[in-house]
Design a protein around this ligand. Sequence first.
Ligand SMILES: Cc1cc2nc3c(=O)[nH]c(=O)nc-3n(C[C@H](O)[C@H](O)[C@H](O)COP(=O)(O)OP(=O)(O)OC[C@H]3O[C@@H](n4cnc5c(N)ncnc54)[C@H](O)[C@@H]3O)c2cc1C
Length: 421
Amino acid sequence: MPASNAPRDQNPDGEFRGKETTSCCVVGAGPAGAVLSLLLARRGIPVTLLEMHKDFDREFRGDTIHPAILEILDQIGLAQKLHEIPHAKITGPTLQFADGPFRPFNLARLKTRFPYILMIPQARFLELITAEAAKFPHFKLVMQAQVQRLIEEDGVVRGVRYLGADGEHELRARLTVGADGRFSMVRRLAGFEPVRTAPPMDVLWFRLPKLPGEPPAVGGAFGGIGRGRIFIVLERNDYWQAGLVFPKGKYQELRAQGVEAVRKSLAETEPQFARHAESLTDWQQLNLLSVESSRCPLWHKPGLLVIGDAAHVMSPVGGVGINYAVQDAVAAANLLAAPLKSGPVTDAQLAEVQRQRELPTRVIQGMQKLMQDRLLARALESKAPISIPWQLKFFLRIPVLRDIPARLIAFGIRRVRLTET
Ligand SMILES: Cc1cc2nc3c(=O)[nH]c(=O)nc-3n(C[C@H](O)[C@H](O)[C@H](O)COP(=O)(O)OP(=O)(O)OC[C@H]3O[C@@H](n4cnc5c(N)ncnc54)[C@H](O)[C@@H]3O)c2cc1C
């Protein structure tokens, strides 16, 4: 019988406010943790999802729902509901080079019901997923629950201790999943060391207003490259989401130059956004994303698994962090739901999750590194607008090759599907 979410015996020494048990304790209600919890709850498995924040509304950290996620949500009847939330669609950016416009990928050519990236606020996505999970009686979401320790007995992780709004709690579980993001506490407590690569850039994200009567962006996104800067502008429902990519280590210099320098730089690189840029008046409007790329050599130990950013932090090239985090969750649900129903999950079953997800992660990280080293680094070093590398132009002209980047961004090297709905 699966364990329940019921409180266990009270702790006689009163050290903890609560002692509870569940089958699966998921730490972190980001895309990976929320989707895994929903998929397990649908399969009748008691799940407790612990999230340290009090709500899902945080600064922009990616609002991209890729075709792979849309197909998976379609399998469980949620794709339509997601499309009812106000959204924009992106099929691929048009980047301005010295020798003309260039589209590095075009999702519109892919064979899928959803040949686009759906842009909706991540908070709305997480609210939808957790509201669906809450329809199952053995799902429990605890907000303001900050996991601080792992419970380990005889070399096996048996759950976590967390600080809730009302004090300390102990939650015991057959399986603990660390889906707690790029600064994962679970990863640190488990002793997993990510191997980092240092991308040559950081990003400042900010909003620009839409002006009355302006036409939609071709493919939903623009980019301007060269003169030591890269600008990316994504079309949103009622505003533009803009990113200024700049060389790593230059943040303080940029900060000292002030918001005027960002305005000027945007107007030079993307002249059609010069008027929009006038809305930038205060540095507080800009959010820094310190770009990282890393991967843990090991994602599991007895009783514990890490997925999503906790296992691998993606560079923002292609905006795939959410997509790959959700695919990890689907692979974990496919492989672990049945064992979780009947008893403890073995280390071999956890290793299989890593085996299935590590190669796709390596491949996309390899592609991101290539783009960063060959194209973005050159653009950031150059004082003038740069031309499209001929190798890239040549590669993307060959019909059988040209959709490889789009497929990797949309799905990875293989489509992840729910094996049981
Ligand atoms: C500024 C920015 C822009 C980005 N843009 C994009 C984009 O356009 N497209 C894209 O695909 N990706 C983007 N990303 C990356 C994307 O946000 C991540 O890849 C994705 O969210 C990973 O999902 P996750 O569920 O693994 O982790 P997260 O989304 O990071 O979720 C982890 C959750 O765990 C919670 N948590 C952390 N520690 C604890 C704890 N100790 N106890 C309890 N809860 C805890 C956190 O509050 C959080 O809710 C961006 C990231 C940033 C920072």
